[in-house]
Design a protein around this ligand. Structure first.
Ligand SMILES: Nc1ncnc2c1ncn2[C@@H]1O[C@H](COP(=O)(O)OP(=O)(O)O)[C@@H](O)[C@H]1O
Ligand SMILES: [Mg+2]
Length: 411
């Protein structure tokens, strides 16, 4: 701590163009450093995608994408393989020509700006370090190409290495590093560029599960520290949930929903988002909505559940119509245990336990209710046994209803 590390970190990232208002100790990648606290500033590195298209022949890889990534935001693009994430990111980087639409970085439309003049740095899944170069030279390479003075290069590489905890590795060749260390070098190579925007395409997918989780949290800390606008691509919904300030969910080139993680989880816009985010996946049951006195009930055939009265206003036009009922495994409880929701008529369902999978703190139950299958994650104190009857309680306030035709959320 103290003056030396404080000065060493000062030039990194946004601190250069920000006003220093104080400093604080932070821990990153196992090291303790002084961080400069900075206040608001001149340049706003927001990224705007406006009616963006990419066509490969008949394939609409990105289909009318509109997205406003705010200055300093960590935006995660998530979706299944082939949904257009990499293509969108490569268009922002300038590595892929735009079929239609505009991309703005800051206040500047960059459609025709070459990649090297966009002030972005990209980290790929295959971070492809030069095997014959030392870690130092790998990190310095891009700066040398840009004819940054030697002293400045050394300073920036040393700063980034300190930030990432890889100072001791600077003389090694990539072949002498572990996967996690190589990943840090790739990150370091992006950091030394001091870009306005980081673009990351599945940067953790080559790491083993444990290292992935660890590096995930280090990346978040790094982002908080540097405050550089980041667009992060992953197919992994857990990564999306844990890392994003906001998540943009894509399918078949089309943006499905963009919102903070908990909002995506609690209020998915459609069946796809509801099923994609959250593990185990949400249960979906075909049903018919029926008027019931003053309110509504969801008729799933084998059983019926009440629609939350708070949602009544949205339901008038759906009475008698086919709908899709949704409930997450975590919002189902064993009636015999003490639960956050009491068992009342309209939220309790009789089921049979097909299979139970103990996970430690919870047990995953595969249940049958009439013709329907349900997955529930239940407190491990349950005495539910395979083949036995189990009454379950649903947290109705957290249930979902979707239009069966459009698959859009009703609530
Ligand atoms: N160079 C290309 N030529 C033709 N089709 C491509 C090319 N790159 C990507 N695609 C297609 O565009 C779609 C989106 O691909 P991609 O952006 O790589 O998806 P993701 O990164 O989400 O897995 C896919 O259908 C893919 O096959
Ligand atoms: Mg990809």
């Amino acid at each position: 701590m103290g003056l030396v590390p404080l000065l060493r970190i000062l030039p990194l990232g946004r601190t250069l163009r920000s006003k220093v208002v104080g400093h604080a100790g932070i821990s990153l990648c196992g090291g303790e450093y002084s961080a400069i606290l900075t206040a608001g500033e001149d340049f706003l590195a927001q990224v705007s995608l406006h009616n963006l298209y990419k066509r490969f022949g008949a394939v609409n890889a990105v289909n009318n994408l509109n997205l406003e990534i705010k200055d300093r935001e960590f935006m995660v693009l998530v979706g299944p393989s082939g949904c257009g994430k990499t293509t969108a990111l490569r268009m922002i980087a300038g590595l892929e020509e735009i079929s239609d639409g505009d991309i703005k970085i800051g206040d500047r439309i960059v459609n025709r700006v070459s990649p090297k003049d966009r002030d972005i740095a990209m980290v790929f899944q295959n971070y492809a370090l030069y095997p014959h170069m030392s870690v130092f030279d790998n990190m310095a390479f891009g700066l040398k190409l840009r004819r940054v003075p030697k002293d400045e290069i050394k300073k920036r590489v040393d700063d980034a290495a300190a930030l990432l905890g890889i100072e001791a590795l600077l003389a090694r060749k990539p072949g002498q590093l572990s996967g996690g260390q190589r990943q840090r070098v790739a990150l370091g190579r992006a950091i030394v560029r001091e870009p306005q925007v980081f673009l990351m395409d599945e940067p953790l997918s080559n790491l083993d599960a444990k290292l992935r989780v660890q590096t995930r949290s280090e990346l978040i800390k790094l982002h908080r520290r540097l405050g550089i606008t980041t667009v992060y691509v992953t197919h992994d919904q857990v990564e999306a949930m844990t890392m994003g300030d906001r998540i943009a969910v894509m399918k078949d080139g089309v943006l499905q929903q963009c919102a903070p993680p908990m909002e995506i989880y609690a209020r998915p816009a459609n069946v796809f988002v509801a099923g994609f985010i959250g593990t185990p996946s949400m249960n979906f049951l075909p049903a018919t909505l029926r008027k019931d006195g003053d309110g509504y009930r969801v008729d799933c055939g084998a059983f019926q559940v009440a629609a939350p009265t708070a949602q009544d206003g949205k339901l008038d036009s759906y009475a008698g119509k086919r709908v899709l009922f949704g409930v997450r495994p975590a919002d189902i409880f064993d009636k015999n245990l003490t639960n956050p929701v009491a068992s009342v008529s309209g939220n309790t369902v009789r089921t049979v336990v097909d299979v139970s999978e103990p996970m430690g703190d919870i047990i995953t139950l595969y249940l049958t209710a009439g013709t329907h299958s349900l997955v529930a994650t239940i407190d491990a104190e349950t005495s539910a046994k395979d083949g036995q009857t189990l009454d379950i309680v649903l947290d109705l306030a957290k249930t979902h209803l979707f239009d069966a035709e459009t698959e859009q959320a009703i609530y």
